[in-house]
Design a protein. Sequence first.
Lengths: 429, 461
Amino acid sequence: MADLSVEFCGIKSPNPFWLASAPPTNTGDQIMRAFDAGWGGAVWKTLGEPIINVSSRYSSVDYRGQRMHGLNNIELITDRPLDVNFREIAEVKRRYPGHALIVSLMVESKREAWHAMVRRAEEAGADGIELNFGCPHGMSERGMGSAVGQVPDYTCQIVTWVKEVARVPVIVKLTPNVTDVVYPARAAQKGGADAVSLINTINSITGVDLDTFTPRPDVHGYSSHGGYCGPAVKPIALNMVAAVAHETQGLPISGIGGISTWRDAVEFMLLGATTVQVCTAVMHHGFRIIHDLCDGLSSYLDQKGMTSVRELVGRSTARVKRWEQLDLNYRVIAHVEQSRCIGCGLCYVACNDGAHQAIAAQPDDRGRTQVEILEHKCVGCNLCSLVCPVESCITMRRIDAFGEAQLPWTEYNKNPSAHPHVRSNRHDS
Amino acid sequence: MARTFHLHAGFASLDQEIKPPLSADEAHAEANRCLFCYDAPCTRACPTHIDVPLFIQQIATGNTAGSARTIFSENVLGNSCARVCPTEVLCEGACVLNDQHRPIAIGSLQRFATDHALSQGQPIVRATRPLRSAVAPVGIIGAGPAGLSCAAELLRLGYASVLYEQAERPGGLNTYGVAQYKMTPRVSLQEVEALVRAGLDIRCGIRVGHDISLSELQTRHPALFVGVGMGRIPGIGLAGEDHAAVWDALDFIALLKASSDAGHGSPSAQALRRNLHGASVAVIGGGNTSIDVVTQAVRAGAKKVWLLYRKGPSEMPAYAHEVHLALEHGSELVYYAVPERIVAEDESRLRGIAICVVHADGAAVAGPHGPRDKTSALLECSVVVRATGQRGAELVASLPVESERGVIKVDAQGRTSNPRFYAGGDCISGGQEVVNAVEAGKRAARAMVHDILEKLPQEAV
C-alpha cells in the first residue's frame, strides 16, 4: 500500500485530498464529518466581516443528461459570526490534530485589518492560512477577492502585510479571471507566499430561462455573474497549474478546479500540485466520494510501483513546452481497427466537414458506414479518434517519416529551405 | 438492461448464458448512468448490503480492483451472486431509475468487476490480522454458500476453520443446483478455488456422522457452524411415483449439469441428456426450482414441457420474472393442476401423468390456452420431475439443536439453541437465495467470534 500522506509547505496531511473553501466547509460539524469520512484536510469557508447573502445562489450546466458538469454560484464568504467560526475552528483542531485545517481569509485591504485577522486565525489553531484573492462576485465590487488578485501589485502588497505577522504557512488562492495567471503567481511569490492554490472560480453566466428571460440564478427577476467551477473547468485549471508550476519552480501548489475522481487528482499532481482541493463533487455527491479518491489513488500508485504520492508531483510539468519547441518531424496517422468499427460514420463527417478530409466512407451491405483512412491526406490531428464512440477502435499510430532527428520550429525557422520534407507533408499548402 | 429472451430453434443451449458478460465499453457506459444515490435503496435491498453505488462509481473511475474489493468486503461469493441473484426483486428492483426509465444493470456490473478481479488473481478475502495458530477453532459442516461465507468471514477476522463437505466437490448448490444457463459448475469452483488460495481449508467427501462422528467434531472444534442446506424432495404420495422416469428436481438438475460439464459427464448424465431430446416433460411444482427444471429441459432439447401447479397464479411462489422466463421458453403452465397418478408404459418408460384440473372452488378452469372442458386428463410424457418442497437435511435431526421439520431454529445472528452450534443457509430458512446464505454465514461468523472465539485461551485459537 502506497503512502498517501503529504507535507505541503510544512503542513502535514494524511492524504492529499482537501475540501476547498466553499459551502462544504461552512461549519465545524461538516468538516468533522468530512474528516471522519476520510478527508485529509479542509480549507475553512472564507472568514471576513459578516455579509448578507441573496436567494437563490447556485446554477448549473447539465450536459447530455448528466447533471452539474459546471456549477456557478453567487454566494459570498461566511455569513456566520466570526467568533462562532473561530470557536469551531479551535474545536475541530482539538479533536482532529492530525488533519490539515486551513483557514481562508478575506478582509478589506488595510494592513491592520489583515494583521488582526491573521492573528485570530492562528490563535484558533489554523495549520495554515489561505488568502482569498479570487472570489469573482460581490466581494470584488467591495475591493476584495479578485479585485486584489487581478492586480499583481496589490497581491504582493497584501501578502507582504500578512507575512509580517503570520507564523503558519500562507497560501495565496489565485483567480483565473486574468490574462495570464503567471503574473499574480509571481507577485504572490515575491510577497513571500509559502504556496499558491488555484484556480478560484471563473466569471460566468450559466444560462438564461427561455420563458422568463432571467439569467440564472434568478434573484427576483435579475441575476449577476457568478463563479464557475466543476468538471467543466478542469482543463483551464490544469493549464494554469502547469503554467504556475513552470514559472514558480518549487513553490508548492494546491490544485483546484473540477476534481471529481482520483484520476483528475493524479493529473493535477503530475502537472505540479502537491495537494488537491475538491468542492463541486462533494456538493453533488457528499463527503463519501473520498473512499474512491483514496482507494483509486492508492491502487494506481501500487500499480505504477510508486510508494508515495510525492513521486507523482510535477512528473509531467516538464512535458508541457512552448509550441515552438515541439518536434515537427513527429508524425502520427489514424488507424481504424475495422473489427471494432460499428459503422456510425462520426469520424467521417468530423474529418470531412470539420478537419482535413482524410477519411473515405461508403455504406456497407448492412447500410452502415464503412470508413477508410486516406493515409496520404491524414495530418494526424486526432479528431476522428476523439469522436469515435468505441474504445480502442481508432488509434493514432506513429509513422517513421523522417527518422529520429527532431526538428522544432525554432530550428526550422532559421533555415526553412534546409527542411523541404516538412513542407512536403502539408498537403494543403 | 433487461434482456428479453426469445426462444429460437438452435438459439438456446443448456450452457448458453442467459446474461452474457458486459464488455468494458458497456460496463463503463452503464456505470456512468448510475446516480450514486445516498443511502441507496439497492444497498438496502441487498441481503449482504454491498455498497452498490460505490462499487459502480469505482468501475466508472477505472478503479476496477477497488470495485471488486468493495463487493467482496460484504459478499465473498460476489462473483456467483452476480450471476444467480434474483436482482429483479433485490438491488435492481429497488433502483430509483425504475421510476424514470430502466434500472442500472447492477448484477452485470458486479459480474464485470468480480470477473476481472478473479481473472487477475486478486484475493477475495484477506485476514485482517495473522491467524493466531494452526489449530482451527471452528468446524463447518457443509461447504456451500453459507459455510464458505462463514469460513471466509472467520478468516478475515483472524480465525481458522475446517469445512467438512460430503459431496465430491465444494460449492453446494452453487456447484450442483443452479440452472446451468445462470452459472456453470466451473464458475462456482473457480470462486471456491480463489477462497482456498486465500486460506480456506475444505475437506470434501467427508460425511459427518459417517466418516467422522459429531462427537469427534465437537472435540476438535470449540465452535461449529451448520450449513448443510436442505435434503431430498420427498414423494408426494402419487401412485407410481417410484418409477425410474420420475425424478427429484435436484437430482435432475445436478445430473443435467454434469452432462454438459466437460470431463465429468457420467454415462447416466449422458443417458438423461439423450432421453430428453425430443421428449415431453411434466414438471410438478410452482417454485423457482420448478422453473429451473422447465427451462433447462427445454434447453436440453425437450419438445414439450408442462409446468403443473396445483394452485393459481397469485399463490405461485416462483418470482414473476422466472415464470415469464419459463413461458418464453415455450413451456405450458397449467394452474390448478393436481397430479393424480403416474401412468407407466413399462418398467423403464412412461405413458404420462394423469392430472385433474380444478379451480379452488371445484369448478373447471381455463389454462393458458383457452378453456379446458375436461376436469381430468392424461398428459403424455416420458419424463416427470417433482420440484415440490425439499425435506430437511438428514443430519439435522441428529444434531443437538432445536429444529422444526428439518429447519434449524436460530436467532438473527445464527445462534442455535445449543451455545456451541451456529447455523445458516437453507437449513435455517428452508430454502432461500445464495445471497441470503452468504449473509447468514457472515453474521454467524461474527457472532461466534463475539460469543466464543474471543474468549478462548490464546493457544486454542
